[in-house]
Write a protein that binds this ligand. Structure first.
Ligand code: FMN
Length: 396
C-alpha cells in the first residue's frame, strides 16, 4: 500500500516525512527532491519566512546508491528558523521562566479558534504551529518521491495560476510550461503575470491579502486508475480530498465543473471516436470531463482547478478576541504571506502526484519498478481487444 505521513511544527527543529509503498529500483536523489522544494519556495507575494529557509530534504532511509529499496523512505527537512525559537519551541520542559511566544489572540480564518477549544490550548501557538503551511514543505518532499515514480510510467505534472482576485488568465493545457516555471506569478503569458503581480501589490498596499484559483494537470495517465465501484475508490473524489486538505483551499473542480453547470449537456460531454493510432484505440474530441469519468481516469489529461482563499493574517487585522479572557481586541499580525496562490500550485502538483502514485500502484502493483512497468505494458496491450482490434482471448 502506498501512503505517507508528515510530522513537525512550523518553528520546531524540522519536518519528518515517511513515504511507504514505492517499489524498489526507482532512481531517487536528494537533489531531485530539492528541485521540487525550491519550486514551492518561489512565487510572488511570499513573506519573510522564505528568505530564511532554503529547504532541503535529507533522505534518512529507504534509498541506497541512488535507488529506492522498496522500504519506507524517511526524510528530514530542517527548519532554519528554529534557531530563533530554541526556547519557545524546546522539546524539553522549561527550566524556570522562558519566553513561550504565546499566542492568545484569535486570527479569524486560521485554525486558532476551533483548535483552541478542541485541544484545550490556552496558548494557540500549540495549534498554529501545525496548521501553518510550513507542513506543506513535507508534502512537497513526499510528492517529489511520488512524481519520480510516476515519471517511470511516463506520467508528468504541471500547474499554473488561473486567477488572482479579479484578474484571470486564459489558460491552456498546452501552455509553455517553461515560461510558467520562469514566471514569479506562474503565468505562461508575461502580460498576465504582470497583472497578477499588480493585483498582489494592490492587496499589499491595502494591507489585506488576496486569493485565487490554480490549475493542476497530469498528462500520460493511463485509462482506468480509480474505480466506479465504491465511493472511496473514485479518483475524482480522492483528488478533491487531497487538494481540499491543502491549507486555505476552499474549492476543487475536476474539469470546469462549476462553469459547465451553466452550459447544455451537449456542450460538456466528450465525444468518443475510433482511433487505432491511440493506445486506447479511441480518442476523445474534447476533455470537458477533466480526464475522469465514473471515478476512473479516461486517458485524457487529468485537470483539477483549485480555489484558495485570501490569507487570514493581515497587516490591518480584523477585530477579534483574546481566547482566555474574552476581551475584544485586534487579531495579531505575525510575519505572513500576501498571496500564496503561486506556491500553492506546486503543493497541488504534489498532492496530485501522491494520489496518482497510490492509484497506479493499486492497479499495477509491483515490488520492483520493472514489475510495475511490465504490468502497465501488459494492461495497455489488452486495449487491443477493443475497437475492432485483435480478438479478445477466448472470444469468437
Ligand atoms: C503556501 C501557503 C502559504 C500560506 N501562508 C500563510 C501565511 O503566511 N499566513 C497565514 O495566516 N496563512 C497562510 N496560509 C494559510 C493557512 O495555513 C490556513 O488558512 C490555515 O491553516 C487555516 O486552514 P484553512 O484556511 O484551510 O481553513 C498559507 C497557505 C498556503 C497553502
Amino acid at each position: 500500500m502506498f501512503r505517507f505521513l508528515t510530522a513537525g511544527e512550523s518553528h520546531g527543529p524540522g519536518l519528518t516525512v515517511i513515504v511507504e509503498g514505492v517499489p524498489a529500483g526507482v532512481s531517487l536523489t536528494e537533489e531531485y527532491i530539492a528541485t521540487q522544494l525550491a519550486r514551492r519556495q518561489r512565487g510572488y507575494g511570499r513573506g519573510g519566512r522564505m528568505k530564511i529557509e532554503s529547504d532541503f530534504a535529507e533522505i534518512r532511509g529507504g534509498v541506497r546508491l541512488g535507488e529506492t529499496l522498496g522500504s519506507p523512505i524517511a526524510m528530514w527537512i530542517e527548519n532554519k528558523d528554529f534557531a530563533n525559537w530554541t526556547e519557545a519551541m524546546a522539546i524539553a520542559p522549561p527550566e524556570g521562566q522562558v519566553d513561550r511566544k504565546a499566542n492568545t489572540r484569535v486570527v479569524p480564518g486560521h485554525a486558532d479558534f476551533p483548535g483552541a477549544l478542541k485541544y484545550m490550548a490556552h496558548d494557540m501557538r500549540n495549534v498554529l504551529e501545525r496548521s501553518s503551511a510550513r507542513e506543506t514543505a513535507a508534502r512537497v518532499a513526499a510528492g517529489a518521491v511520488a512524481r519520480r515514480f510516476l515519471e517511470e510510467l511516463s506520467i508528468s505534472l504541471h500547474s499554473q495560476v488561473v486567477s488572482i482576485g479579479e484578474v484571470e488568465a486564459d489558460v491552456s493545457l498546452d501552455a509553455d510550461w517553461d515560461a510558467v516555471e520562469a514566471s514569479e506569478a506562474r503565468a505562461a503569458d508575461p502580460a498576465t503575470g504582470e497583472k497578477f503581480i499588480a493585483a498582489i501589490d494592490a492587496a499589499k498596499d491595502a494591507r489585506t491579502t488576496i486569493g485565487g484559483v490554480f490549475q493542476v494537470v497530469a498528462k500520460g495517465v493511463p485509462v482506468g486508475l480509480g474505480s466506479h465501484i465504491q465511493w472511496d475508490r473514485k479518483l475524482d473524489g480522492r483528488i478533491a480530498q487531497a487538494m481540499m486538505s491543502v491549507n486555505a483551499v476552499k474549492g476543487v473542480e475536476i474539469g470546469r465543473g462549476f462553469a459547465n453547470t451553466r452550459r447544455p449537456g451537449r456542450d460538456v460531454h466528450d465525444v468518443v471516436v475510433p482511433d487505432p493510432s491511440d493506445p486506447r484505440r479511441f480518442a476523445r474530441r474534447s476533455n470537458e470531463a477533466g480526464g475522469i469519468e465514473g471515478g476512473m481516469s479516461n486517458g485524457e489529461p487529468i485537470v483539477a482547478y483549485v480555489a484558495i482563499k485570501p490569507i487570514a493574517t493581515m497587516t490591518d487585522p480584523l477585530p477579534s478576541v483574546d481566547i482566555n479572557t474574552g476581551e475584544v481586541m485586534e487579531a495579531p499580525y505575525h510575519r505572513s504571506d500576501i498571496c500564496q496562490v503561486p506556491p500553492a500550485c506546486v503543493i497541488g502538483e504534489a498532492m496530485m502526484a501522491l494520489v496518482l502514485a497510490h492509484a497506479a500502484l493499486e492497479k499495477f502493483g509491483g515490488d520492483h519498478i520493472n514489475e510495475t512497468r511490465r504490468n502497465l505494458a501488459g494492461y495497455i496491450a489488452s486495449h487491443q481487444e477493443f475497437g475492432g482490434g485483435a480478438a479478445a482471448p477466448g472470444g469468437e
